[in-house]
Design a protein around this ligand. Structure first.
Ligand SMILES: [Zn+2]
Length: 492
């Protein structure tokens, strides 16, 4: 059934603000530490006192160029900063230092992978450097607002996309990709809860097939993937319904209310800010010459897409595995360290390593909500466990048992699976005589089942295997158990 919504195509562009991981602020030496107490990371420069002079943090320039190179942008050799003038209680200066007509990076693109596995190119209009404003806190009382200036002057880059995005799903995929690149480049921690990554979404709708853009609205300050998705969905629906009712969509700045899932206009075009941008007179021109750019290029880490391809080629693991393993930079390093520590180096071993990290390790991380940096099994011990399994010294049941034990052990030595194995006497039994004795015992104890098996109920073999494994305390080599069991049954 087609609905009114199917007639329209959403057109979306995102402006992502990413906080840079520098130690100090963009134009002064104040700390950027999020956890310091309110109004402790401040000085006359970031508070904009008369007579103070800002100086550009070179790291911010370095980081912005890294992001530009990673997203196929051109880097502008000479750019300037501008003042964006507006009044807000959490901006003591009355203006924000940003880049206006000459962003440091421009004209780039990245590729995102869509659900149907096809790739889509999303253009990057520009990346510019700027400083953050402070924070107003309304939660403490109904009648008063508090301000924290710690954020004032914290370095940001703003990554502006072309309106190449056509659904909320694509928007999320694009934003996740941007976050992944930022984290790989080690320039942003990607922590959305602490506000290190926020986004404004420009949304419009048009009839499918139409070339012209509809009027857009801009939803401000979305700070989680879920809010980005929900806000865009809500706004698309609102615009389609308005258009269908014969109303005109007019440009407005919107806020998204997650509680009742609505978007509301806070400013219309008539009330829109006139920022009166002008060149920041206190800062010199930014110079990014070829030597500097080449220097930064030479220090760039491997990008996530390249790492994914390398994993597939070097370790012969499926693309699906490689995608998960490279989704986070630290996870990809962990996986590769496990591979390095493995004694067995072949495709089977690599796939085992991939399975353990992707399934067992990630499950633990999700269950106890930690990231891989806090995971307590070092790569070498997981590699040892996998080697034991590959060398058939243990079976999967015992491997999982050992893995559980390792999780509870604090010291690296204490959780060494080779030691644990000996200590607990869990070595796999491959002694055919010993296994044969257990099989004979179980079959003698189950005369009725043996009769039924002989009568044609072949699936009872599984029941015998279960009993034999239990009798061996899970240590019997399952391959030998299967072989000998069939022999015994046939001989009966
Ligand atoms: Zn300062």
């Amino acid at each position: 059934m087609s609905s009114i919504y199917d007639k329209y195509e959403p057109v979306i562009g995102l402006e992502i603000h990413a906080q840079m991981k520098t130690q100090t602020k963009a134009f002064c030496k104040c700390s950027t530490n999020f956890h310091n107490s309110p109004n402790s990371n401040v000085c006359p420069i970031c508070l904009g006192m008369p007579g103070t002079l800002p100086v550009l943090n070179k790291e911010l320039l370095d980081y912005a160029i890294r992001m530009g190179l990673a997203t196929n942008c051109s880097i502008r050799e000479k750019s300037i900063f501008a003042r964006k003038n507006y009044f807000y209680p959490d901006l003591t200066k009355g203006y924000q230092i940003t880049q206006y007509e000459t962003p440091i990076c421009y004209d780039g693109h990245i590729h995102i992978k869509l659900k149907d596995k096809s790739e889509k190119r999303i253009g990057i209009t520009r990346i510019h450097m700027e400083e953050d404003a402070g924070k107003s806190i309304h939660d403490f009382s109904d009648s008063e607002t508090l301000v924290d200036f710690n954020r004032c002057g914290v370095p940001l880059i703003e990554i502006v996309s072309e309106p190449d995005i056509n659904s909320s799903e694509e928007a999320i995929t694009y934003m996740q990709k941007i976050r992944q690149i930022l984290v790989y480049l080690d320039i942003c921690d990607g922590n959305m809860e602490e506000g290190s990554l926020r986004c404004d979404a420009n949304v419009s709708v048009r009839l499918k097939g139409s070339k012209e853009f509809g009027n857009r609205t801009e939803i401000k300050n979305l700070n989680s993937f879920k809010n980005v998705s929900d806000a865009i969905e809500t706004e698309i629906k609102r615009q389609i319904e308005a258009t269908e009712n014969g109303e005109k969509v007019v440009f407005a700045t919107m806020t998204y209310n997650a509680k009742d899932k609505t978007t509301t206009a806070t400013r219309s075009k008539e009330q829109a800010h006139d920022y009166r941008y002008f060149p920041e007179p206190d800062l010199v021109k930014v110079n990014a010459d070829e030597a500097m750019i080449n220097g930064i290029k030479s220090k760039l880490p491997e990008f996530p897409d390249d790492k994914l391809k390398r994993f597939v080629n070097a370790y012969s693991i499926p693309e699906y595995d490689a995608e998960i393993l490279t989704s986070g930079k630290e996870l990809s390093i962990y996986f590769e360290n496990v591979i390095k520590e493995l004694k067995n180096k072949n495709e089977k071993a690599y796939k085992q390593a991939s399975n353990w990290v992707m399934n067992d390790v990630l499950k633990v991380l999700n269950d106890i909500k930690i990231n891989i940096e806090k995971f307590n099994i070092p790569e070498i011990n997981l590699a040892k466990l996998i080697d034991l399994l590959l060398e058939e010294k243990i079976n999967k049941t015992v491997a999982l048992e050992l893995f559980e034990m390792m999780l509870t052990m604090e010291t690296r030595d204490g959780q060494n699976p080779e030691h644990l194995l000996k200590e607990k006497g869990l070595e796999q039994v491959s002694d055919t005589g010993e296994i044969d004795n257990i099989i004979k015992k179980i079959l003698t104890e189950s005369p009725k089942e043996v009769e039924r098996y002989k009568g044609g109920e072949k699936k009872l073999a599984g029941l015998f295997v279960g009993k034999i494994m239990r009798e061996s305390k899970g240590k019997a080599n399952p391959k030998i158990v299967n072989e000998l069991l069939l022999k015994n049954l046939e001989a009966l």
